[in-house]
Design a binder for this molecule. Structure first.
Ligand code: SAH
Ligand code: F3S
Length: 451
């Protein structure tokens, strides 16, 4: 019997955190729908509610427990509702979640996504042993998830995430990811190319390769990200190839050459988290590069791919960051001029090396540094975006603009958000004349392509 026609009820998934989590939720949704569940409009009244959690910063895990408290009320009203915790908080806390929140039914780590149907079945059978309702093992069948079963949120807008590597072999002293997502595991390149080929056949124009350290990708046959980019650029129909996140220490000249060789289909945008502009802080973070090496990589990229735009992540208020170190971060930002920057105050995480460091930066100082850094970045983005006015750009159309319902929105290859007037088809490319700009977006109007 085809189980998909047998409606078992409705499900709702809440997702926090990075793109990998967003994509894991697409896999969890796919599993639920294959099992015969339909998507609910929200948690109220849903038969299954899953929280796909993030533990990268302290507040993220506390947020999970407060959200669980809220969902408990739904469960009081509907005792048959199944409540699950997935993602990095699930991995980190494991069966401990059942102690703090005994009304939770199942717990799944980020690398055991594929075990959702089996755990759901146990819960439905009335399994009470918590050790049988948790899976935090690293499972190969999760990275080799059947890609035709993924429920892709971006597909209507012509975009799709594609997992290429999971886990991280680095040991940055502040980071919990190696604990929650484990060691690196890579998919075979042939499997990835088959997935991309299927996406292209379905009308997807843009793929984004995902991994915590995507440029560490290497399959059993020795293919690296360089080979994958070149091979993907030959697949008909795929017009944009992105990949995130790249580690600066593994940003090799071979990979930069491949980006240039693969041509403009590999977008001229790279997210390259620097974390700090101070070599001594970078050493304490165990990042594996210093300020000079990072700047040399930026120069090498700009030499090979003229017009490439860069994005970054920065942590301020690392335990050993002095005011002088912080000024070095600001000066690096002025020197590189990033087009986007995610910035965070340092947050100690359990089991990381930096948790034991004496924290010499008080909470107010951390906030003050973050504020100053964000002001500097805003100024840089304003100036960079102003230089785009008058240019005609090609955007992949996403839908209505969130900030202004009279406009549509899309992104350029460089990942610039463009809000524009005029009608355009969602999921297709459109030429836009940029007429004005702000720190966060470009504004323009759709023009007719030249004959
Ligand atoms: N491999 C990914 C890292 C994921 S974490 C990458 O290189 O982008 C995403 C970002 O969260 C990191 O780049 C870092 O800037 C920030 N982050 C990680 N741990 C943190 C912590 N303990 N406190 C504050 N920010 C942190
Ligand atoms: Fe975290 Fe460093 Fe890996 S930031 S994900 S340990 S590269």
């Amino acid at each position: 019997m085809d189980r998909s026609v047998h409606n078992k009820g409705t499900y709702h998934i809440e997702t926090w955190g990075c793109q990998m989590n967003v994509h894991d939720s697409e896999k969890l949704s796919g599993s639920m729908e294959r099992e015969g569940y339909l998507r609910a409009a929200g948690p109220d009244g849903a038969d299954v509610v899953l929280l796909n959690t993030c533990s990268i910063r302290e507040k993220a895990s506390e947020k999970v427990f407060s959200e669980l408290g809220r969902l408990r009320k739904l469960k009081d009203r509907n005792p048959d509702m199944i409540l699950g915790v997935c993602g990095c908080v699930g991995q980190q806390e494991g069966a401990e979640i059942f102690r703090r929140a005994p009304f939770v039914d199942l717990v799944i780590g980020p690398r055991s996504t594929a075990s959702l149907p089996a755990l759901m079945e146990r819960v439905r059978q009335g399994e009470t042993d918590v050790s049988l309702r948790v899976d935090t093992e690293y499972r190969r069948d999760s990275i080799d998830f059947p890609y035709d079963q993924i429920r892709r949120e971006g597909e209507a807008a012509g975009k799709a995430f594609v997992t290429v590597i999971e886990g991280c072999n680095h040991r940055c002293t502040f980071c919990i990811v190696p604990r929650t997502r484990g060691k690196e595991v890579c998919r075979g390149m042939d499997d990835i190319l088959a997935e991309v080929g299927q996406l292209a056949d379905r009308g997807v124009l843009e793929v984004e390769f995902l991994g915590q350290t995507v440029n560490a990708y290497r399959d059993d046959r020795g293919n690296g990200l360089a080979e994958l980019l070149v091979a993907t650029s030959r697949i008909d129909g795929i017009e944009r190839i992105r990949f995130t996140t790249s580690h600066p220490a593994q940003m090799t000249e071979r990979l930069m050459d491949a980006m240039a060789e693969a041509g403009p289909r590999v977008v001229p945008f790279l997210h390259l988290p620097v974390q700090s502009g101070s070599s001594s802080v970078l050493k304490d973070m165990r990042r594996g590069y210093d300020r000079g090496t990072y700047l040399a990589k930026v120069a090498a990229l700009r030499e090979r791919i003229p017009g490439i735009c860069l994005g970054t992540d920065i942590i301020v208020g690392f335990p050993t960051e002095s005011d002088v170190d912080f000024r070095e971060t600001l000066s690096l930002m002025e020197e590189v001029r990033f087009h986007s920057c995610y910035s965070f105050t340092y947050s100690p995480r359990p089991g990381t090396a930096s948790e034991a460091f004496h924290d010499g930066v008080g909470p107010e100082e951390k906030q003050a540094r973050l504020h100053e850094l964000q002001l500097v970045q805003k100024g840089i983005q304003e100036r960079l975006h102003a230089s785009w006015v008058g240019r005609t750009v090609e955007v992949l159309v996403e839908g209505a603009s969130k900030s202004d319902a009279s406009r549509m929105t899309g992104r350029t290859p460089e990942s610039r958000i463009v809000n524009f007037t005029g009608n355009a088809v969602i999921g297709r490319m459109a030429p836009i004349l940029v007429e004005s700009s702000s720190a966060y977006a470009l504004l323009g109007r759709k023009i007719e392509p030249e004959a």
